[in-house]
Design a protein around this ligand. Sequence first.
Ligand code: PLP
Length: 420
Amino acid sequence: MGYKICSKKTYEAMVQEYNEILTKGLNIDIRRGRPATEQLNLSKAMLKCKPTDFIAKGTNADIRNYGLPTGLPEARKLFADLLGLTPDNIYVGGNSSLNLMYDIVANCLLRGVLGGERWLNSPKVKFLCPVPGYDRHFRITEDLGVEMINVKMNADGPDMDTIEELVSSDPTIKGMWVVPQYSNPTGITFSDEVVKRMANLKPAADNFRIFWDNAYCLHHLYEDKQDKVLDIIEECRKAGNPNMVYTFMSTSKVTFAGSGIAVVAASPENINFLAKQFDTATIGYDKINQMMHVEFLKDAENVHKLMMQHAKIMRPKFDCVLKTLKAGICNSNVATWNSPRGGYFISVDVMPGCAARVVDMAAKAGVFFTNAGSTYPYGKDPQDSNIRLAPSAVSVQDLKVAMKVFCLCANIAAYEKYNF
Ligand SMILES: Cc1ncc(COP(=O)(O)O)c(C=O)c1O
């Protein structure tokens, strides 16, 4: 079909190599963005951090007891400093930001947003989903019965022309998922222009909310080349939309995945409203864990030092993936990929119609990649092209093997689809 992939001889040699790999009994899993053991060890000392004083700063509250529903004041301050905000912008929750997102979407549907009706009063509830994006965002909205609309992701953020047009004309569009920095999976960071345009949206729905998941805002790969995204809360305030955004982050990949602490940052009005809504579900989150985090992480400067130790572990893995792709993909038609400056993922677009085949061939050889389609709502990539690589949890040695297999599968699948 008009694409030159490689010669027949090269193709046959690759098939032979692939068949030999099938006999090797490989078992390498790079499906999910988990921190490596070495990274988890960076925070081992936190488990020894015993609070010296159980009274939360500036209060009479004993952290071992109920109370302080918006979080430990020390933890609110730490996150405010990290995000360039003030503590009244911060709600410290439990161990998972995804859990906070789920609860907020559910509350919006059932109980409404600050100053607006509950979403379920609308004949339909729709979300805009920049693609490729984070599969677990899409699962939340799919599970809760929200209709999802794909929006193209560009190199500087989602396609704002489409977003502006849809949001301003359709009152059933109630929300939007975004990962603004070192995005999952494309690794891109939103430009200032995209952030400003997003803050200046004029939604047809008065209860529209942006779900700004800043999961990777601290996860730079380099000391000297770091992306920075504009403060959406401030931009929304300036635009006269102060309550239009909920932002999220957590320490899942700073300290311990699944045992960190998670945060919502938003306007003080939104935070107070949220605290009231959440008050029905919990008398407060785990302040002992919050205190241990504060004792261990100390301040923003110390967190940045810790993140550079993470970067030192992550960088060779990203380098390995990029180098192996460059050497192993036989032709620029076969695949394109990004070279992010941070985050946890490398996103590869193989030739249309080949992604599921590549993931399947690799799985038969014992190398497991995130399912094709999972970076799209409903698991359906219309082009069957995008594959997310998550190199963090395995050794460089295993990555080299995994990526070699990936390249072979991408080359073979492309040849068989376009040169047969
Ligand atoms: C964009 C994004 N948000 C949230 C999460 C999960 O965060 P948490 O562990 O705080 O629930 C991930 C994990 O991979 C992620 O990639």
